[in-house]
Design a protein around this ligand. Structure first.
Ligand SMILES: [Zn+2]
Length: 347
């Protein structure tokens, strides 16, 4: 069961409008930032003040409309005379989280901080986008039929975006340079290869980016860049993050909530079901291709309704589950961690 932390934020989420900024804890505030149409309506950015009056921005948001000016105004309000943000702490490389980091660096010399794996993934994306034959390899492996090939190819290439370079690379377990705070890096791969969560060890806050959204199962392996199976990495990350159940979850979208362990179990449970579904298809028809398998799975709006990037995402998911089943590792994908069925949720 998850419980929203802020009523006004939850209300705004349910009505699809931008919530008001709010104080989260001592020296920590939310700053909801608008997104492009067709994406989630807003990203939750967070402003964190350090012991010297400097401000650090977790995921400054998309570089569009007046987001930059809204951010500047918020910084001027709380920056104790130091409105230039010291660092932009990025949970992952997607533009709804990172877009404004480049603007902050240009205007204020803000240090952009990213996980080392995410930096590597950016380089891989760049190669991948430059070389269409790599994308075609995936499509051929999935056995995409000729009449849908162009559509899948276009959207598979379009999902790789490089937005910002980093000034500082961090690793799992690092303490960030935020005076007066113990803000530690937790590598949480799955959504992207170098996704990170940040835990404020004293105030028990978990800045979780897109890893543990309250009402949406995050896309896994969203734009390539993984040498391993992203699904296995994600399940391991869920198991790991479930240990932070005493923290407030400062989610990157939707709303902040308590109930991290239950949410991690519920998401893992969904994946477990999907794996079982794929296993059943492959038991009935061992030679089924990824495309043929995907056609036989249950999709929210039905297989026929899946087009464009939804279709690419469905094929990627199916390929990951298929690889897990074919490897035989699905029987112990969770190790000793047994995800429980979700309990009835009030929120
Ligand atoms: Zn996002």
């Amino acid at each position: 069961m998850t419980t929203p932390i802020s009523n006004q934020e939850f209300q705004a989420y349910t009505e699809g409008r931008l919530p008001a900024p709010e104080k989260v804890a001592d020296g920590v505030w939310t700053l909801p930032q608008r997104n492009h149409p067709g994406h989630m309506p807003f990203t939750l950015s967070y402003l964190v003040e350090d012991a010297e009056g400097g401000v650090h921005v977790v995921d400054p948001g998309w570089d569009l409309e007046d987001n930059a000016e809204i951010l500047e105004a918020a910084l001027a309000r709380i920056g104790a005379g130091k409105p230039a943000p010291v660092s932009a702490l990025l949970t992952h490389l997607h533009p709804d989280h990172t877009g404004l980091a480049r603007t902050l660096r240009e205007r204020h010399g803000t240090r952009v901080v990213l996980h080392r794996r995410e930096h590597k993934a950016q380089q891989m994306y760049a190669q991948w986008v430059a070389d269409e034959s790599r994308i075609r390899e995936d499509l051929d492996a999935w056995a995409v039929p000729a009449e849908r090939y162009g559509e899948v190819l276009g959207y598979a290439a379009g999902s790789a975006r490089v937005v910002v370079s980093a000034d500082q690379l961090v690793d799992d377990g690092d303490l960030l340079q935020v005076p007066g705070r113990r803000l530690r890096v937790l590598h949480s791969p799955g959504h992207t290869p170098g996704h990170l969560c940040l835990v404020d060890e004293d105030q028990r806050l978990l800045f979780s980016g897109d890893h543990l959204l309250p009402r949406l199962t995050p896309g896994i392996g969203a734009a390539g860049g993984f040498p391993e199976n992203p699904l296995e990495l994600y399940l391991e990350s869920l198991r790991r993050l479930s240990a932070y159940d005493d923290c407030q979850n400062l989610s990157g979208h939707q709303y902040r909530y308590r109930g991290i362990a239950d949410r991690a179990h519920a998401i893992a449970w969904r994946h477990l079901h999907r794996t079982a579904e794929v296993e059943q298809v492959l038991t009935d028809d061992a030679g089924a291709t990824v495309w043929q398998t995907a056609e036989r799975l249950s999709w929210g709006r039905g297989w026929e309704a899946l087009t464009r990037h939804y279709l690419v995402s469905a094929l990627r998911q199916t390929a990951m589950h298929t690889a897990l089943v074919r490897s035989g590792r699905h029987h112990n994908a969770f190790g000793s961690w047994q995800p429980m069925a979700p309990r009835t949720r009030t929120a």
